[in-house]
Design a protein around this ligand. Structure first.
Ligand SMILES: O=C(O)CCC(=O)C(=O)O
Ligand SMILES: [Fe+2]
Length: 285
């Protein structure tokens, strides 16, 4: 397994301003990068639990609640709890209970908008907002909480504000290996410290572990043409051309299945349709 160190860019040393041109260059490069010295720390140094309780005292949260610090979306080893008073949530998180906030919009169907939803917090931060921002999400975790390995379909800046967070990243080109036998050819493990901003390009697999009480904000933004994105609350819907392709693929599979098995195997192979597609198709029947 090859381990690659992630590039760090010290914004102040390099005198870089984060603007849309700089963001486009990151997107084009398509590699994760940590931006350091983002001038985000002055006011958040006093984001201790009690101060956060005060700042968020009027907030009711939708949270993940469970009994195992390794949250797993596939086995759903947690439940959702709504209208949770922020003070109760924060104190429970501070005492190590398995609680996790991935903030939602004001109403269920609204996109999370950190600046609008949490003005008492966002006024302490100098977050940059790409021109084509999709949503901005507040994330609060207890020490040792792990988030399952997943990818999002939007590009993302993950800003670490309180505590440290370990992030493990896998290149999308290794996707085929991630579930088969875990034989990854490239693996990038990094620790985010307060003030670090990690650029996670779309489709890069990532999982995280909070090393201590942790507050982060992530900003999903779009880099494909607007018309390629459908309505998407969570930043993980496949681009519309992929959904279109999947429908065509289903039709292709159904058409080929009219043939005897020898023909099927020959033509599936010839058309480059993988065995995985075929078994998916069988399962859905
Ligand atoms: O660290 C977390 O809480 C998860 C972050 C994440 O998955 C994201 O920013 O897309
Ligand atoms: Fe994510």
């Amino acid at each position: 397994m090859k381990s690659v160190r992630i590039r760090r860019i010290n914004l102040q040393q390099k005198q870089i301003n984060i603007n849309d041109e700089f963001i486009s260059s990151l997107v084009e490069e398509g590699q994760p990068v940590i931006l350091e010295n983002t001038e985000n720390l002055d006011m958040t140094e006093n984001w201790k639990v009690e101060n956060l309780c005060e700042k968020m005292k009027d907030c009711n949260l939708s949270i993940h609640k469970g009994g195992n610090l390794t949250l797993d979306f596939r086995t759903k080893n947690f439940e959702y709890a709504n209208k949770y008073p922020a003070g109760d949530f924060l104190r429970e998180v501070a005492s190590g209970k398995v609680r996790y906030l991935r903030s939602t919009g004001a109403r269920r169907k609204d996109l999370p908008d950190f600046e609008k939803d949490y003005p008492s917090l966002s006024s302490d931060l100098n977050l940059f907002k790409p021109e084509r921002t999709h949503s901005q999400i507040l994330r609060i975790s207890p020490k040792d909480l792990e988030i399952w390995l997943h990818y999002d379909t939007l590009d993302n800046f993950l800003t670490q504000t309180v505590g440290e967070k370990e992030v493990l990243l896998f290149n999308p080109k290794d996707a085929a290996n991630l579930y088969l036998d875990g034989d990854k050819s490239e693996c990038i493990g990094e620790v985010l410290k307060p003030g670090d901003v990690l650029f996670i390009p779309a489709l890069w697999f990532h999982c995280t572990k909070a090393n201590n009480f942790s507050v982060s904000i992530n900003t999903f933004f779009k880099s494909l043409p607007d018309k390629m994105y459908g309505k998407d609350l969570y930043g993980n819907r496949d681009p519309l051309p992929v959904e279109d392709a999947a429908k065509h693929l289903q039709k292709a599979i159904i058409a080929l299945k009219q043939l005897p098995p020898t023909y099927q195997h020959f033509y599936f192979h010839k058309l480059g349709i993988s065995a995985a597609c075929l078994s998916d198709n069988n399962n859905s029947k």
